[in-house]
Design a binder for this molecule. Structure first.
Ligand code: ATP
Length: 491
């Protein structure tokens, strides 16, 4: 154990057992898009549920939201995405492959890495020495064209009539839906600062570099929290959410040695951010690569201020023929504190624009981390056993029920138990094949417990309960199976 699993083994298992498939596979596949199969959909749903439980349900100070993916174009002007959400790219003159400048490495494997997104207008003016950089596709050294900005947002058209057709963007993050609903939530609930709004949903980015399975895809799911607090209390809340989010991963079984924080250097921070830290996981790419799993940022009052300015710009945008590029945001009026996105604290009698702490996680990326961390191979009696040691909360199937053989009333008893258990737990019934093989299939699916109805069941009313991790088998009275499982699974 503790050996870093190989990505290839995980990809193979995911395909073999129906966790994850390439999108549109029968047509040759669609690059960097993936489909979750019967086991994968349950796993990902459990990851989502575990996040929602920890961030929303178990707290008194966070509420949920589910916003539409298509939003008003001005949202992206105000957030900065329309002008800045681009990667700096270069094209290899030898093989024509486009690469992210910050991902290019020299012969020693040194890459710049962790560069922020670039300003679309100013990108070309930034000097970059690519003379020693190696093309990841063909290996040519220093054969790159001038760097340029590559917009990451997908565009689409909305409207049936020519006069109201608009160019919209598929959202590249879920966070903006939260900011634009800040006032709605404030007006319709009892929340008071400090409080958070959480959302889980799909985001889209036309990523330049993909690969690495579901680590970086063009369509993905995010779980984001915007936690609004009074200026001056932000450092404390930043630390609070750092600790909470780290604990979430370890509580769900990720080994501490595979998880770390990487605090951003001041020169790496976006201009509006006061602090930012990545929760990194040691993914099995290359030699075991520390890669971002989640970002936690102190975004100050930047987002709400920007939307307050954006709201004042609507008429200019209409006058400019709804052309985003032709308008700038209205300068902040002196009286911005009276705007609808400000907050009045009744206790302190002060009005302010709230600061925001944002933990932003990827559902697919954490699903991959949970898969990698749970994956294990061990030798049992001369055979390799593949097992996914998922935390019970994440396991796609919690319990499998088998009759030892298809006779002597065993299937009937097993089915009755299955019908009872499935109302409470994701359960699976299987009566085909040798019992050892049935156990192995469940090990590969990560099922924590298997229950077998056998010859002894008729005699003394007990069944065999088999533990996935230790492979130990004990006998449990049939009528106590449910209670026994609830002690183990309701964690
Ligand atoms: P990266 O540096 O890897 O491109 P980012 O810093 O742009 O990521 P954020 O904008 O902070 O990412 O997004 C928050 C989280 O959303 C990330 O930590 C990651 O878990 C997830 N995420 C972002 N982009 C993708 C993607 N293309 N595929 C899968 N998950 C993603």
């Amino acid at each position: 154990m503790a050996q870093l699993a190989k990505l290839d083994d995980i990809v193979a298992l995911c395909k073999r057992r129906g966790f994850i498939f390439q999108s549109s596979e029968i047509y040759g596949g669609l690059a960097s898009c993936y489909d979750y199969g019967p086991l994968g959909v349950e796993l990902k749903r459990n990851v989502r549920e575990a996040w929602w439980k920890a961030v929303v349900k178990m707290r008194d100070d966070v509420v949920g939201l589910d916003c539409s993916i298509l939003m008003h174009p001005l949202v992206w002007k105000a957030s900065g995405h329309a002008d800045k959400f681009a990667d700096l790219v270069t094209v290899c003159k030898k093989c024509n492959t486009r690469s992210r400048v910050d991902h290019l490495a020299d012969h020693h494997g040194h890459a710049e890495e962790h560069t922020e997104h670039v300003d679309i207008d100013k990108a070309a003016a930034t000097p970059h020495d690519l003379s020693r950089k190696v093309c990841p596709a063909c290996g040519a050294v220093g054969q790159f064209g001038a760097p340029m900005a590559f917009r990451l947002m997908f565009e689409t058209q909305m409207g049936a009539n020519v006069e109201d057709t608009m160019t919209l963007f598929l959202r590249p993050e879920t966070a903006q839906g939260i900011f634009v609903n800040f006032r709605n939530v404030l007006d319709t609930t009892r929340v008071k600062i400090p409080f958070g709004i959480a959302q889980i949903g799909k985001s889209f980015r036309n990523e330049v570099t993909t690969k690495a399975f579901i680590f970086r895809t063009r369509e993905f799911e995010q779980a984001e929290l915007e936690f609004f607090c009074a200026p001056g209390t932000d450092d404390e809340w930043y630390e609070h959410w750092k600790a909470e989010r780290f604990r979430w991963y370890t509580d769900l079984g990720i080994r501490k040695e595979n998880l770390r924080f990487r605090e951003h250097d001041p020169d790496e921070l976006a201009h509006y951010a006061k602090a930012c830290v990545d929760v990194e996981y040691r993914f099995p790419f290359g030699q075991g690569d520390w890669q971002e799993l989640e970002g936690i940022a102190n975004r100050t009052d930047y987002d709400l201020r920007q939307h307050q300015r954006g709201m004042r710009t609507v008429n200019d945008w209409m006058a400019a023929g709804r052309d985003l590029t032709a308008i700038g945001l209205k300068e902040e009026a002196e009286d911005y504190l009276s705007g609808p996105l400000s907050y009045f604290d009744e206790q302190t009698r002060q009005r302010f624009i709230p600061y925001v702490i944002e933990p932003s996680a990827g559902v697919d990326r954490s699903t991959l981390a949970f898969l990698v961390d749970a994956y294990d191979e061990e030798e049992v009696r001369g055979e390799v056993r593949n097992v996914l040691r998922f935390h019970p909360a994440l396991a796609p199937v919690k319990v499998a029920i088998f009759p030892l053989v298809k006779k002597d009333g065993m299937p009937e008893t097993a089915r009755a138990l299955y019908d009872d258990l499935k109302r409470r737990y994701a359960s699976f019934y299987d009566e085909k094949g040798a019992i050892g093989r049935r156990y192995r299939r469940q090990d590969e699916a990560g099922t924590p417990y298997c229950v077998t109805v056998d010859g002894q069941t008729k005699e003394d009313g007990t069944v065999t309960m088999r533990d996935r991790d230790s492979m130990e088998q004990i006998r449990v009275p049939l009528d106590q199976v449910r209670t026994w499982l609830s002690e183990k699974l309701d964690v």
